[in-house]
Design a protein around this ligand. Structure first.
Ligand code: CA
Ligand code: CA
Length: 335
């Protein structure tokens, strides 16, 4: 798969690739009931998890998250928080790496004559969540392709710079791979990620209090009672019993596995997801989407009940978004 082709085509399809749940809207306005939070200064040292067996998947919310089956993973290390802008900046400083969102799009990737392509789609950029001015249930009203949006300028050229302790966003798959190679880690498998996130706790469908999600009716009303309207710095919500922060919520986290709706019930020993031939993402057909986990600050009860360890959606590898990040796993104790 030509990654440039993926980039170009998905620039057109960004809304569908990033969203994926039905939306409803409401014209209600609400007073902010924001609760101030204290964000802990947490280190970067990866957490060692012993291997084990757990109930992977969830059946009662979205069909593609099931079936539930006992799944075993070997031990590994995992980052305690989402990869931050500070960490990614150190990588770029050391390597002069340029991300996909900072490069122009190849017009040949669209498969149509260049005159038919909106010129802004050929500029470097990425998909940015932009709250609609009017109530809407159309993805295209809240996802915009913003030229100049990238990890350094997550909201585009007119917006603030990336904050050091916020998770890095707007990365493509190859950008995450490059960081992992430099760091001596790798992308976690979906099973590893879900094992780490669920931490022996029983599955629930409730919207969690200790996770950055969306309170109110998406996308019109954000009461932000959890303390943050958008992205939060890492470490502002209580860690899970494994000592891991923001597994659920804040930003989606891309994993190593290719996406296919539902799990293979027979693949329960250190599963690694479907082969490329078996992979299929109905929201992004024809492209090798990766599984992303845990939902984001945009997940609300009326729109995207993905604020759970078992949640999963396909993520187009060729383009990032303002609500998608990652964290690394390690097979050896990090130096
Ligand atoms: Ca929030
Ligand atoms: Ca997260």
């Amino acid at each position: 798969m030509d990654i440039n082709k993926t980039i170009g085509l998905t620039a057109l399809a960004a809304c569908l690739a990033v969203a994926g749940c039905e939306g409803e809207t409401d014209t209600t306005t609400a007073q902010s009931e924001q609760v101030a939070r204290t964000c802990a200064a947490i280190g970067d040292t990866p957490v060692r998890l012993e291997g084990g067996t757990f109930a992977m998947g969830q059946a009662e919310v979205y069909a593609e998250e099931g079936p539930v089956r006992q799944t075993t993973v070997d031990g590994f290390w995992i980052d305690p928080h989402e990869v931050t802008n500070r960490q990614f900046a150190a990588f770029v400083e050391a390597t002069d790496y340029v991300t996909l969102a900072e490069k122009p799009v190849d017009p040949a990737a669209f498969g149509v004559s260049e005159e038919q392509i909106p010129p802004e789609l050929l500029l470097p950029g990425s998909a940015v969540f932009t709250p609609p001015e009017r109530p809407s249930n159309r993805y295209s009203d809240w996802w915009k392709y913003v030229p100049g949006a990238n990890w350094k300028r997550p909201y585009g050229p007119g917006g603030p710079e990336a904050q050091p302790d916020e998770p890095v966003v707007h990365l493509g798959w190859e950008d995450m791979q490059a960081y992992a190679l430099w760091k001596g880690g790798r992308m976690p498998t979906e099973a590893e990620w879900e094992y780490a996130a669920s931490a022996g706790q029983p599955a629930t469908t409730e919207q969690p209090e200790e996770a950055n999600s969306w309170q109110g009716v998406f996308p019109a009303v954000n009461r932000e009672t959890d303390g943050f309207r958008g992205i939060a710095p890492v470490g502002c919500y209580a860690p899970n019993p494994n000592g891991l922060y923001d597994m659920v919520g804040n930003v989606w986290e891309v994993t190593a596995d290719l996406f296919r709706p539902g799990h293979d019930p027979a693949d329960t020993d250190n599963p690694r997801g479907p082969s490329e031939n078996q992979a299929y993402d109905p929201l992004n057909p024809g492209f090798p989407s990766r599984v992303m986990k845990g939902g984001s600050y945009l997940c609300a009860p009326n729109y995207c009940q993905r604020y759970r360890p078992a949640s999963r959606q396909g993520r187009d590898p060729g383009m990032g978004a303002s609500n998608v990040g990652f964290r690394l796993a390690y097979d050896m104790p990090p130096a």
